[in-house]
Design a protein around this ligand. Structure first.
Ligand SMILES: C[S@@+](CC[C@H](N)C(=O)[O-])C[C@H]1O[C@@H](n2cnc3c(N)ncnc32)[C@H](O)[C@@H]1O
Ligand code: SF4
Length: 354
Protein backbone atom coordinates (compact mmCIF):
# COMPACT_ATOMS: atom_id res chain seq x y z
CA UNK A 1 0.00 0.00 0.00
CA UNK A 2 1.35 3.44 -0.94
CA UNK A 3 1.02 5.99 1.87
CA UNK A 4 -0.24 9.43 0.86
CA UNK A 5 1.50 12.43 2.40
CA UNK A 6 -1.07 14.56 4.27
CA UNK A 7 -2.00 17.76 2.44
CA UNK A 8 -0.77 21.17 3.57
CA UNK A 9 -2.54 24.48 4.13
CA UNK A 10 -0.58 27.67 3.64
CA UNK A 11 -1.39 30.93 5.42
CA UNK A 12 0.20 34.12 4.06
CA UNK A 13 -0.08 37.20 6.26
CA UNK A 14 -0.30 40.76 4.94
CA UNK A 15 -0.12 42.95 8.05
CA UNK A 16 -1.13 46.40 6.71
CA UNK A 17 -4.46 48.23 6.78
CA UNK A 18 -5.66 51.67 5.69
CA UNK A 19 -6.63 52.33 9.32
CA UNK A 20 -6.55 50.25 12.48
CA UNK A 21 -10.08 49.31 13.64
CA UNK A 22 -10.57 49.91 17.38
CA UNK A 23 -11.75 46.34 18.09
CA UNK A 24 -9.06 44.49 16.12
CA UNK A 25 -6.23 42.56 17.77
CA UNK A 26 -4.90 40.98 14.59
CA UNK A 27 -1.28 41.67 13.67
CA UNK A 28 -2.25 44.62 11.49
CA UNK A 29 -0.89 48.14 11.27
CA UNK A 30 -2.05 51.32 9.59
CA UNK A 31 0.34 52.35 6.87
CA UNK A 32 1.65 51.91 3.38
CA UNK A 33 3.47 48.63 2.79
CA UNK A 34 6.76 48.39 0.94
CA UNK A 35 5.15 45.79 -1.27
CA UNK A 36 8.24 44.72 -3.16
CA UNK A 37 10.44 44.25 -0.10
CA UNK A 38 7.70 42.29 1.69
CA UNK A 39 7.07 39.98 -1.27
CA UNK A 40 10.82 39.28 -1.50
CA UNK A 41 10.93 38.50 2.24
CA UNK A 42 7.89 36.21 2.01
CA UNK A 43 9.35 34.25 -0.90
CA UNK A 44 12.70 33.87 0.92
CA UNK A 45 10.86 32.74 4.05
CA UNK A 46 8.90 30.16 2.07
CA UNK A 47 12.10 28.81 0.48
CA UNK A 48 13.67 28.46 3.93
CA UNK A 49 10.73 26.40 5.21
CA UNK A 50 9.64 24.15 2.36
CA UNK A 51 12.52 21.63 2.47
CA UNK A 52 10.71 18.95 4.48
CA UNK A 53 7.29 19.34 2.99
CA UNK A 54 7.80 19.90 -0.73
CA UNK A 55 6.32 16.43 -1.47
CA UNK A 56 3.02 17.27 0.25
CA UNK A 57 0.21 18.74 -1.87
CA UNK A 58 -1.17 22.12 -0.82
CA UNK A 59 -4.97 21.94 -0.48
CA UNK A 60 -5.62 25.54 0.50
CA UNK A 61 -3.88 28.90 0.58
CA UNK A 62 -5.22 31.83 2.58
CA UNK A 63 -4.05 35.42 2.20
CA UNK A 64 -5.13 36.97 5.53
CA UNK A 65 -4.51 40.22 7.29
CA UNK A 66 -4.49 42.95 7.82
CA UNK A 67 -5.85 43.80 4.44
CA UNK A 68 -4.38 41.69 1.63
CA UNK A 69 -6.56 43.59 -0.87
CA UNK A 70 -4.21 46.55 -0.33
CA UNK A 71 -1.64 44.63 -2.38
CA UNK A 72 -1.48 44.89 -6.17
CA UNK A 73 -2.52 41.85 -8.18
CA UNK A 74 1.06 41.75 -9.55
CA UNK A 75 2.38 41.23 -6.00
CA UNK A 76 -0.18 38.48 -5.24
CA UNK A 77 0.63 36.86 -8.57
CA UNK A 78 4.38 36.88 -7.82
CA UNK A 79 3.78 35.22 -4.47
CA UNK A 80 1.62 32.52 -6.07
CA UNK A 81 4.14 31.88 -8.83
CA UNK A 82 6.82 31.36 -6.14
CA UNK A 83 4.52 29.06 -4.16
CA UNK A 84 3.88 26.96 -7.31
CA UNK A 85 7.63 26.76 -7.96
CA UNK A 86 8.35 25.51 -4.47
CA UNK A 87 5.31 23.39 -3.63
CA UNK A 88 2.86 21.20 -5.50
CA UNK A 89 -0.69 22.48 -5.39
CA UNK A 90 -3.67 20.10 -5.30
CA UNK A 91 -5.77 20.18 -8.49
CA UNK A 92 -8.69 21.63 -6.55
CA UNK A 93 -6.60 24.00 -4.39
CA UNK A 94 -8.70 26.73 -2.76
CA UNK A 95 -6.94 30.10 -2.76
CA UNK A 96 -8.66 32.76 -0.61
CA UNK A 97 -7.82 36.43 -0.21
CA UNK A 98 -9.31 38.73 2.44
CA UNK A 99 -10.64 42.00 1.11
CA UNK A 100 -11.79 45.14 2.88
CA UNK A 101 -14.68 46.80 0.97
CA UNK A 102 -12.90 50.14 1.40
CA UNK A 103 -10.14 48.86 -0.89
CA UNK A 104 -12.33 47.10 -3.48
CA UNK A 105 -11.20 47.78 -7.00
CA UNK A 106 -12.39 46.07 -10.20
CA UNK A 107 -8.89 45.99 -11.72
CA UNK A 108 -7.34 44.52 -8.55
CA UNK A 109 -10.09 41.90 -8.16
CA UNK A 110 -9.82 40.80 -11.81
CA UNK A 111 -6.03 40.60 -11.38
CA UNK A 112 -6.32 38.42 -8.25
CA UNK A 113 -8.65 36.09 -10.15
CA UNK A 114 -6.23 35.90 -13.07
CA UNK A 115 -3.38 35.16 -10.62
CA UNK A 116 -5.27 32.09 -9.38
CA UNK A 117 -7.16 33.40 -6.34
CA UNK A 118 -10.53 31.59 -6.51
CA UNK A 119 -12.22 32.72 -3.30
CA UNK A 120 -12.66 36.19 -1.77
CA UNK A 121 -13.52 36.86 1.88
CA UNK A 122 -15.03 40.32 2.23
CA UNK A 123 -15.11 42.10 5.63
CA UNK A 124 -18.60 43.63 5.54
CA UNK A 125 -19.20 43.59 9.36
CA UNK A 126 -22.62 45.30 9.09
CA UNK A 127 -25.01 46.83 6.56
CA UNK A 128 -25.83 49.68 8.97
CA UNK A 129 -23.75 52.82 8.38
CA UNK A 130 -24.07 53.91 12.03
CA UNK A 131 -22.65 50.56 13.18
CA UNK A 132 -19.85 50.78 10.61
CA UNK A 133 -18.93 54.23 11.90
CA UNK A 134 -18.90 53.00 15.50
CA UNK A 135 -16.58 50.19 14.42
CA UNK A 136 -14.25 52.72 12.80
CA UNK A 137 -14.64 51.07 9.41
CA UNK A 138 -13.37 52.82 6.29
CA UNK A 139 -16.40 51.94 4.13
CA UNK A 140 -20.17 52.33 4.00
CA UNK A 141 -22.82 49.61 3.63
CA UNK A 142 -23.37 50.49 -0.01
CA UNK A 143 -19.62 50.23 -0.66
CA UNK A 144 -19.72 46.75 0.90
CA UNK A 145 -22.56 45.73 -1.45
CA UNK A 146 -20.63 47.23 -4.34
CA UNK A 147 -17.50 45.26 -3.35
CA UNK A 148 -19.54 42.06 -3.55
CA UNK A 149 -20.81 42.93 -7.05
CA UNK A 150 -17.29 43.89 -8.19
CA UNK A 151 -16.07 40.50 -6.94
CA UNK A 152 -18.84 38.66 -8.84
CA UNK A 153 -18.13 40.69 -12.02
CA UNK A 154 -14.44 39.80 -11.69
CA UNK A 155 -15.39 36.11 -11.87
CA UNK A 156 -15.44 35.07 -8.19
CA UNK A 157 -18.04 32.33 -7.75
CA UNK A 158 -16.91 31.56 -4.21
CA UNK A 159 -17.30 34.48 -1.79
CA UNK A 160 -17.40 34.65 1.99
CA UNK A 161 -18.83 37.65 3.84
CA UNK A 162 -17.68 38.48 7.40
CA UNK A 163 -20.35 39.97 9.65
CA UNK A 164 -20.11 40.94 13.31
CA UNK A 165 -22.90 41.15 15.89
CA UNK A 166 -23.24 42.39 19.48
CA UNK A 167 -22.15 45.82 18.24
CA UNK A 168 -22.43 49.03 20.33
CA UNK A 169 -26.10 50.07 20.37
CA UNK A 170 -27.14 47.15 18.15
CA UNK A 171 -30.52 45.64 19.00
CA UNK A 172 -30.99 41.93 18.22
CA UNK A 173 -33.27 42.62 15.26
CA UNK A 174 -30.61 44.84 13.71
CA UNK A 175 -28.12 41.97 13.77
CA UNK A 176 -30.71 39.64 12.23
CA UNK A 177 -31.39 42.27 9.57
CA UNK A 178 -27.66 42.30 8.73
CA UNK A 179 -27.83 38.53 8.28
CA UNK A 180 -30.89 38.85 6.02
CA UNK A 181 -29.18 41.46 3.86
CA UNK A 182 -26.06 39.31 3.60
CA UNK A 183 -28.11 36.22 2.63
CA UNK A 184 -29.98 38.28 0.00
CA UNK A 185 -26.65 38.75 -1.81
CA UNK A 186 -26.35 34.93 -2.01
CA UNK A 187 -22.71 34.52 -0.96
CA UNK A 188 -21.34 30.96 -0.85
CA UNK A 189 -20.35 31.34 2.83
CA UNK A 190 -21.08 33.62 5.77
CA UNK A 191 -18.98 34.11 8.92
CA UNK A 192 -20.88 35.67 11.84
CA UNK A 193 -18.64 36.79 14.72
CA UNK A 194 -19.73 38.15 18.08
CA UNK A 195 -17.74 41.31 18.81
CA UNK A 196 -15.16 40.51 21.47
CA UNK A 197 -13.27 43.12 23.44
CA UNK A 198 -9.74 41.86 22.95
CA UNK A 199 -6.89 42.99 25.23
CA UNK A 200 -4.58 45.54 23.62
CA UNK A 201 -7.32 47.12 21.52
CA UNK A 202 -8.81 50.61 21.75
CA UNK A 203 -12.23 49.11 22.59
CA UNK A 204 -10.71 47.17 25.47
CA UNK A 205 -9.05 50.28 26.89
CA UNK A 206 -12.26 52.34 26.52
CA UNK A 207 -15.23 50.03 25.96
CA UNK A 208 -17.90 51.63 23.79
CA UNK A 209 -21.18 52.21 25.62
CA UNK A 210 -24.22 50.03 25.10
CA UNK A 211 -22.71 46.74 24.03
CA UNK A 212 -25.72 44.44 24.15
CA UNK A 213 -24.92 41.38 26.16
CA UNK A 214 -26.84 38.16 26.35
CA UNK A 215 -28.02 38.89 29.92
CA UNK A 216 -29.47 42.23 28.88
CA UNK A 217 -31.33 40.69 25.94
CA UNK A 218 -32.54 37.88 28.18
CA UNK A 219 -33.94 40.42 30.64
CA UNK A 220 -35.75 42.27 27.85
CA UNK A 221 -37.13 39.03 26.46
CA UNK A 222 -38.34 37.58 29.75
CA UNK A 223 -39.18 40.70 31.81
CA UNK A 224 -42.70 40.52 33.28
CA UNK A 225 -43.52 44.13 32.57
CA UNK A 226 -41.85 47.34 31.51
CA UNK A 227 -42.50 51.05 32.05
CA UNK A 228 -43.29 53.01 28.89
CA UNK A 229 -42.36 56.71 29.11
CA UNK A 230 -43.95 59.22 26.77
CA UNK A 231 -44.43 62.99 26.72
CA UNK A 232 -47.53 64.86 25.62
CA UNK A 233 -47.67 67.86 23.30
CA UNK A 234 -46.97 70.23 26.24
CA UNK A 235 -43.90 68.29 27.38
CA UNK A 236 -45.69 66.65 30.32
CA UNK A 237 -44.04 63.24 30.93
CA UNK A 238 -46.07 60.11 31.62
CA UNK A 239 -44.73 56.67 32.59
CA UNK A 240 -47.00 53.65 32.62
CA UNK A 241 -46.33 49.97 33.39
CA UNK A 242 -47.33 47.50 30.67
CA UNK A 243 -46.97 43.91 29.68
CA UNK A 244 -45.23 43.46 26.35
CA UNK A 245 -43.53 41.04 24.03
CA UNK A 246 -40.13 41.39 22.31
CA UNK A 247 -40.23 40.34 18.65
CA UNK A 248 -38.47 41.36 15.42
CA UNK A 249 -36.46 44.21 16.93
CA UNK A 250 -39.63 45.67 18.46
CA UNK A 251 -41.46 45.93 21.77
CA UNK A 252 -45.18 45.22 21.24
CA UNK A 253 -48.01 46.04 23.63
CA UNK A 254 -51.77 46.39 23.39
CA UNK A 255 -54.15 48.95 24.81
CA UNK A 256 -57.69 50.30 24.53
CA UNK A 257 -58.76 52.20 21.41
CA UNK A 258 -58.28 55.56 23.12
CA UNK A 259 -56.38 56.87 26.11
CA UNK A 260 -53.53 58.88 27.55
CA UNK A 261 -50.81 56.69 25.99
CA UNK A 262 -52.21 56.92 22.47
CA UNK A 263 -52.75 60.71 22.78
CA UNK A 264 -49.12 61.15 23.81
CA UNK A 265 -47.82 58.89 21.05
CA UNK A 266 -49.82 60.83 18.47
CA UNK A 267 -48.16 64.04 19.75
CA UNK A 268 -44.69 62.54 19.99
CA UNK A 269 -43.83 58.97 18.89
CA UNK A 270 -40.39 58.97 20.59
CA UNK A 271 -40.46 56.85 23.75
CA UNK A 272 -38.29 55.04 26.21
CA UNK A 273 -39.14 51.69 27.76
CA UNK A 274 -37.51 50.38 30.91
CA UNK A 275 -37.49 46.83 32.28
CA UNK A 276 -36.10 46.18 35.76
CA UNK A 277 -35.15 42.65 36.77
CA UNK A 278 -33.65 41.71 40.12
CA UNK A 279 -32.73 44.39 42.64
CA UNK A 280 -30.39 44.13 45.57
CA UNK A 281 -30.20 46.73 48.33
CA UNK A 282 -26.64 47.21 49.62
CA UNK A 283 -27.21 48.97 52.98
CA UNK A 284 -23.53 49.19 53.95
CA UNK A 285 -22.73 50.81 50.61
CA UNK A 286 -25.74 53.19 50.69
CA UNK A 287 -26.63 51.89 47.28
CA UNK A 288 -28.87 49.50 45.35
CA UNK A 289 -27.98 47.26 42.43
CA UNK A 290 -30.46 47.01 39.58
CA UNK A 291 -30.60 44.63 36.68
CA UNK A 292 -32.17 46.84 34.05
CA UNK A 293 -32.53 47.58 30.36
CA UNK A 294 -33.64 50.84 28.80
CA UNK A 295 -34.80 50.88 25.20
CA UNK A 296 -35.08 54.04 23.11
CA UNK A 297 -37.43 53.84 20.18
CA UNK A 298 -40.25 55.13 18.04
CA UNK A 299 -43.83 53.97 18.51
CA UNK A 300 -46.48 53.34 15.87
CA UNK A 301 -49.92 51.74 15.87
CA UNK A 302 -49.82 48.61 13.72
CA UNK A 303 -52.31 46.55 11.77
CA UNK A 304 -52.71 43.39 9.75
CA UNK A 305 -50.58 40.27 10.09
CA UNK A 306 -47.97 41.99 12.31
CA UNK A 307 -50.73 43.00 14.74
CA UNK A 308 -52.05 39.44 14.91
CA UNK A 309 -48.55 38.05 15.45
CA UNK A 310 -47.96 40.51 18.29
CA UNK A 311 -51.22 39.51 20.05
CA UNK A 312 -50.35 35.83 19.62
CA UNK A 313 -46.84 36.57 20.91
CA UNK A 314 -48.34 38.13 24.06
CA UNK A 315 -50.46 35.03 24.66
CA UNK A 316 -47.43 32.77 24.10
CA UNK A 317 -45.38 34.81 26.57
CA UNK A 318 -47.91 35.34 29.37
CA UNK A 319 -50.36 32.43 28.97
CA UNK A 320 -48.47 29.54 27.35
CA UNK A 321 -50.84 26.99 28.93
CA UNK A 322 -53.90 28.74 27.43
CA UNK A 323 -52.98 29.19 23.79
CA UNK A 324 -56.34 27.94 22.42
CA UNK A 325 -58.33 30.12 24.85
CA UNK A 326 -55.96 32.98 23.99
CA UNK A 327 -56.91 32.79 20.30
CA UNK A 328 -60.58 33.00 21.21
CA UNK A 329 -59.83 35.94 23.53
CA UNK A 330 -57.95 37.78 20.75
CA UNK A 331 -60.88 37.30 18.40
CA UNK A 332 -63.47 38.39 20.98
CA UNK A 333 -61.75 41.67 21.83
CA UNK A 334 -60.28 42.32 18.39
CA UNK A 335 -62.37 45.42 17.67
CA UNK A 336 -61.61 46.96 21.09
CA UNK A 337 -57.82 46.61 20.97
CA UNK A 338 -55.01 48.67 19.52
CA UNK A 339 -51.53 47.21 19.13
CA UNK A 340 -48.43 49.41 19.27
CA UNK A 341 -44.93 48.59 18.15
CA UNK A 342 -41.88 50.40 19.54
CA UNK A 343 -39.08 49.96 17.02
CA UNK A 344 -35.86 49.64 19.00
CA UNK A 345 -33.34 52.25 17.92
CA UNK A 346 -30.93 52.04 20.83
CA UNK A 347 -30.58 50.01 23.98
CA UNK A 348 -28.61 50.50 27.15
CA UNK A 349 -28.53 48.93 30.57
CA UNK A 350 -26.68 46.82 33.03
CA UNK A 351 -27.41 43.22 33.68
CA UNK A 352 -24.32 42.21 35.62
CA UNK A 353 -25.34 41.51 39.17
CA UNK A 354 -22.97 40.80 42.04
C1 LIG B 1 -8.46 39.99 9.48
S1 LIG B 1 -10.06 40.53 9.52
C2 LIG B 1 -10.68 40.58 7.83
C3 LIG B 1 -10.28 41.32 6.64
C4 LIG B 1 -10.18 42.80 6.55
N1 LIG B 1 -9.07 43.21 7.31
C5 LIG B 1 -11.42 43.54 7.03
O1 LIG B 1 -11.50 43.84 8.20
O2 LIG B 1 -12.26 43.83 6.18
C6 LIG B 1 -11.00 39.08 9.89
C7 LIG B 1 -12.38 39.26 10.46
O3 LIG B 1 -12.35 39.04 11.86
C8 LIG B 1 -13.46 39.67 12.46
N2 LIG B 1 -12.98 40.34 13.67
C9 LIG B 1 -11.87 41.06 13.82
N3 LIG B 1 -11.75 41.50 15.11
C10 LIG B 1 -12.84 41.03 15.78
C11 LIG B 1 -13.32 41.13 17.12
N4 LIG B 1 -12.64 41.82 18.05
N5 LIG B 1 -14.47 40.51 17.46
C12 LIG B 1 -15.15 39.81 16.53
N6 LIG B 1 -14.76 39.68 15.25
C13 LIG B 1 -13.61 40.28 14.87
C14 LIG B 1 -14.04 40.64 11.44
O4 LIG B 1 -15.28 40.15 10.98
C15 LIG B 1 -13.03 40.62 10.32
O5 LIG B 1 -13.61 40.76 9.06
S1 SF4 C 1 -10.53 44.40 11.19
FE1 SF4 C 1 -9.48 44.17 9.26
S2 SF4 C 1 -9.28 46.31 8.47
FE2 SF4 C 1 -9.73 46.48 10.63
S3 SF4 C 1 -7.68 46.64 11.58
FE3 SF4 C 1 -8.32 44.46 11.68
S4 SF4 C 1 -7.43 43.55 9.93
FE4 SF4 C 1 -7.39 45.78 9.58
Amino acid sequence: MKLQAPPLSLYIHIPWCVRKCPYCDFNSHAGQPDEEAYVEALIADLAADTGDVSNRPVGSIFFGGGTPSLFSSAAISRILVAVREQLQLADDVEITLEANPGTADAGHFAGYRAAGVNRLSIGVQSFDDTMLQRLGRIHTASEAREAFQIARAAGFDNINLDLMYGLPGQAPGMAIDDLRQAIALRPEHLSWYQLTLEPNTAFHATPPPAIPDDDMLGLLQHGEYGVLSTVDGNGQPYGVPLNYVLMNNGIYFHCALEGHKLDNLAANPLVSFCVVGRTNVLPAEFSTEFESVIVFGRASVIDGEERYQALTGLVDKYSPEFVAEGSAYIEKFDSQTRVVRVTIEKMTGKAKFS
